[in-house]
Design a binder for this molecule. Structure first.
Ligand code: HEM
Length: 183
């Protein structure tokens, strides 16, 4: 995956940029250095205050029926009304990665209802999942999750996060930083 790939996204905590960082909370593990702004895109704009990167990929867990439902309900990023966003980098434990594919699916959906719960928040919340794990040993997170929504939908987004964080899947999360943004 070259740095210019359209699937390879860079997140630069920086001094200026289109997204203003309104809040940063480290839920598990170390925080990120404080940066006032965030630049997101396929161009690598280092050096900034910090840099994270991830690539979009094929889905691992969704069934055909779930995908049909997701595609029918979800809306894309970049909506004019989406003036709020969240970047939530996540790392999962070695125990998670030691599971087999069917065991991970069972935790994610069978036990945690991640997809069923998430579906209830579409189309208000738009999202994109980036994978970092296979980019190399220096990546501090396994996933960069990105969400966009309008200001009125932030409480619903917080409810969604509370439900997911209380689920069995989150017992496998060992680093999580929650950054909120506005533009
Ligand atoms: C993965 C849906 C919200 C974190 C997934 C997958 C789906 C999904 C379908 C599986 C992708 C695959 O098959 O590979 C949704 C929907 C949401 C939502 C519809 C509603 C907005 C969230 C939130 C978080 C989150 C709020 C918390 C940060 C993740 C992570 C993964 C994931 C980390 C990767 C899991 C793994 O591969 O181990 N989500 N999600 N999601 N989601 Fe969500």
């Amino acid at each position: 995956m070259t740095p210019t790939s359209p699937r390879h996204f860079h997140f630069n905590g920086s001094l200026t940029g289109p997204w203003r960082v309104t809040r940063q909370v480290a839920l598990r593990g170390d925080p990120l250095p404080a940066a006032p702004c965030l630049v997101v895109g396929t161009a690598d704009q280092r050096p900034g205050v910090w840099h994270l990167q991830g690539i979009t990929s094929n889905e691992r867990y969704v069934t055909r029926a779930e995908r049909t439902e997701l595609v029918a309900r979800q809306e894309g990023l970049g909506r004019v009304a989406s003036t709020r966003a969240a970047l939530i980098p996540i790392r999962k434990t070695a125990a998670w990665w030691a599971l087999t594919q069917d065991e991970r699916r069972d935790v994610l959906e069978g036990q945690s209802r991640h997809i069923a719960i998430g579906l209830r928040y579409l189309p208000a919340i738009a999202r994109r999942l980036h994978h970092c794990r296979d980019l190399g040993p220096d990546e501090p997170f396994d996933f960069l999750t990105w969400f966009e929504y309008g200001p009125d939908d932030e409480p619903a987004f917080d409810d969604l996060l509370a439900a997911l964080r209380a689920s069995p899947e989150w017992t496998y999360v060992d680093r999580e930083v929650d950054l909120r943004l506005a533009r």
